[in-house]
Ligand binder design. Structure first.
Ligand code: TPP
Ligand code: DXP
Ligand code: MG
Length: 638
């Protein structure tokens, strides 16, 4: 793609930052929004990334920065996958080509990146809590904090934290502005009673009437201030459906308004800026993907690089199936023979592959919304009722439901099956989405069985193992992306619980891999063999219960034992070390090393680059073996 295809943006080119918006006449703000939309489409066509959500908030972004005094006023984007237009307007336009890449811009808001990002996000439903924190800080005299404005999507509003925050805000009664960006979409079509409720709020309220009312009210705004207040209140009453849930929670409710109509947006935001004296919710109706992808089923939620003229995406093809697809197909196989199997997703039907399961077994698949906490306890209830629930949740999002995992599942020893996708470092989404901690946070729980798949064939067996495991909770993890292309068994066969396998017999040093680093371990072994070193390689399969016999045998037969996993400290390696210590193996002089993710959040980059930063690639494994054997290495990385 050449720069010739780049849209002309004469007005946007003159914008150095949000302050420049505040001196533009309203008609130019509308033009600016059009240019910003074209620029956003072009920028994402060059890099890939989250597109649809940003296109839905272009006018909102311009209007908020034009009316409010950012960065003193704190603008907090929920999830923040819609922040691309905001980044373009806040001094990061030149770096948009680097977004989601190594050393580049994050795909989300990030405090260390800009003063216009007062709060980082990527997980959903946190914005109202954070904004309320800013608002309360302001009330308590915090320096340089003005208004706090949370922009939250209708999908994010399905998350419990949003209600906890509104409940608290309604109690505190402090000035707080929440903009509900209602595009009737999550990543998939939104589910739930709340989604239907929001639709009912605007079903009978034409925007035009509101526009007229808003215009009238703005005419009466200060001066004189007090008279304006009365009239503005009347105006807001006119368009409020009345008795909304938000009002019951202590918010003033304004809306619904057309979130793409710059005139309405400016009028309402200006009115609110002058009038709000407590928590207020502005209900804006928008279209996800507006101007480019609004007619696509996914509204252009996330995309690879594409041709901005045609929308055609450039995709690399691989023959290996994705782990996600193998999981879904394997689960469908199990469910075809066991009608107690049900599947649960927290708003990620496509990402987890459960869309395929839902096609086959619609009545046995549940999308709970962005509600991991509820999803886990819902599974606990299902398990208590005798069902076999599979909770398919990304590693990073399962963190949201951790107390439920401990208190509702593990403590009651309920056989909930956790299918943990996106295990390990995921690439472009970066640290917020890395699946780094699940091995540690699950393996330390009594009653749990924890597995990690070394390849897609193993994953199929682990799905079968989980389906057959009725005596307590069980989890299996697998990475994002394609499998290794290994031969696939037709059907999964349940594995013996707590038993690993030797992959290659060797001598001197044993490498015990837990999960999908096995491919790198095998490649490192090949390289080492060229140096005359032939490590034993084993696949642990389980971090809980550990295969004690295998580990103690490896320890007894080798000078050195190295474990490796795609997880943070406190996981598999720590459990192995504990076993070796308990059994007195260290006293015998065994050299033990554990290769884990470092104690740091690793910024976005390609997965290989992220694993290089973590020191878990082939050359790192090779170097580790050489160093434990005391071999002098001349290469730079040794
Ligand atoms: C806790 C958590 N679970 C799941 C996700 C994955 N996720 C990212 S965006 C999104 C949908 C958000 O929908 P909405 O808030 O309506 O924003 P829209 O994309 O429609 O603008 C989901 C489910 C997440 N970011 N955080
Ligand atoms: C914003 C968000 O949380 C999701 O869109 C996420 O980026 C999806 O990640 P995958 O591409 O791994 O499904
Ligand atoms: Mg939405």
């Amino acid at each position: 793609m050449t720069d010739q295809a780049r849209p002309a943006t004469p007005l946007l080119d003159r914008i150095g930052g949000p302050a420049d918006l505040r001196v533009l006449p309203d008609r130019d703000l509308k033009r600016l929004a059009d240019e910003l939309r074209a620029e956003t489409i072009w920028a994402v066509s060059q890099t890939g990334g989250h597109l649809g959500a940003g296109l839905g908030v272009v006018e909102l972004t311009v209007a908020i920065h034009a009316v409010f005094n950012t960065p003193r006023d704190k603008l907090i984007w929920d999830v923040s996958h819609q922040c691309y237009p905001h980044k373009i307007l806040t001094g990061r336009r030149d770096r948009m080509r680097t977004i989601r890449q190594k050393d580049g811009l994050s795909g989300f808001t990030k405090r260390t990146e800009s003063i216009y990002d007062p709060f980082g996000a990527a997980h959903s439903s946190t914005s109202i809590s954070a904004a309320l924190g800013f608002a309360m800080g302001r009330e308590l005299g915090a320096d340089d904090v003005g208004d706090a404005i949370a922009v939250i999507g209708d999908g994010a509003l399905s998350g419990g934290m949003a209600y906890e925050a509104m409940n608290h805000a309604g109690h505190l009664k402090k000035r707080l502005i929440v903009i509900l960006n209602d595009n009737e979409m999550s990543i998939a079509p939104p589910v739930g009673a709340m989604s239907s409720y929001l639709s009912s709020l605007y079903a009978g309220a034409p925007f035009q009437e509101f526009k007229a009312a808003a215009k009238g009210a703005v005419g009466f705004l200060p001066p004189p201030f007090q008279e304006g207040a009365r009239r503005a209140k009347e105006m807001l009453k006119g368009i409020t459906v009345g008795g909304t849930l938000f009002e019951e929670l202590g918010f003033s409710y304004v809306g619904p308004i057309d979130g793409h109509d710059m005139e309405s947006l400016l009028q309402v935001l200006r009115t609110v800026k002058v009038r709000a004296d407590g928590p207020i919710l502005i209900h804006a109706i928008t279209q996800k993907g507006k101007g480019f992808a609004e007619h696509r089923a996914d509204r252009g939620h996330a995309t690879g690089k594409f041709d901005p003229a045609t929308g055609e995406q450039k995709k690399a093809k691989s023959n290996a199936p994705s782990y996600t697809k193998v999981f879904a197909q394997s689960l469908i196989q199990e469910a075809a023979e066991d009608d107690k199997i049900v599947a649960i997703t927290a708003a990620m039907p496509d990402g987890t592959g459960l869309n395929l399961f839902a096609e086959r077994f619609p009545a046995r698949c549940f999308d709970v919304g962005i509600a991991e906490q509820h999803g886990v306890t819902f599974c606990a209830g299902l398990a208590a009722a005798g069902m076999k629930p599979f909770a398919a949740i990304y590693s990073t999002f399962l963190q949201r439901g951790y107390d439920q995992v401990v208190h509702d599942v593990a403590l009651q020893n309920l056989p909930v099956r956790f299918a943990i996708d996106r295990a390990g470092l995921v690439g472009a989404d970066g640290a917020t989405h890395a699946g780094s901690f699940d091995v540690a946070y699950l393996s330390n729980l009594p009653n749990f069985t924890v597995m990690a798949a070394a390849n897609e064939a193993e994953l199929r067996h682990m799905v079968a193992t989980a389906a057959a495991h009725d005596s307590g909770p069980i989890a299996f993890r697998f990475p994002r992306g394609e499998g290794v292309g290994c031969e696939m068994p037709e059907r999964g066969v349940p594995l013996e619980i707590g038993k690993g396998r030797i992959v290659h017999e060797g001598a001197q040093v044993a490498i015990l891999s837990f999960g999908a680093r096995l491919v790198e371990v095998e490649e490192a072994r090949e390289r080492l063999m060229a140096r005359g070193i032939e490590p034993t390689v084993a696949d642990a399969r389980f971090s809980k219960p550990l295969d004690r016999d295998l580990i103690l045998d490896l320890a007894a037969r080798h000078e050195a034992l190295i474990t490796i996993e795609e997880g943070a400290i406190g996981g598999f390696g720590s459990h192995v070390a504990q076993l070796l210590a308990e059994e007195g193996v260290f006293d015998t002089g065994l050299c033990y090393r554990s290769m884990v993710l470092p104690d740091a959040f690793i910024d976005q980059a390609g997965p290989r680059e992220m694993y290089a930063a973590a020191g878990l690639n082939v050359e790192d494994i090779e170097a580790k073996v050489l160093s434990v054997l005391g071999v002098q290495v001349l290469s730079k990385r040794a």
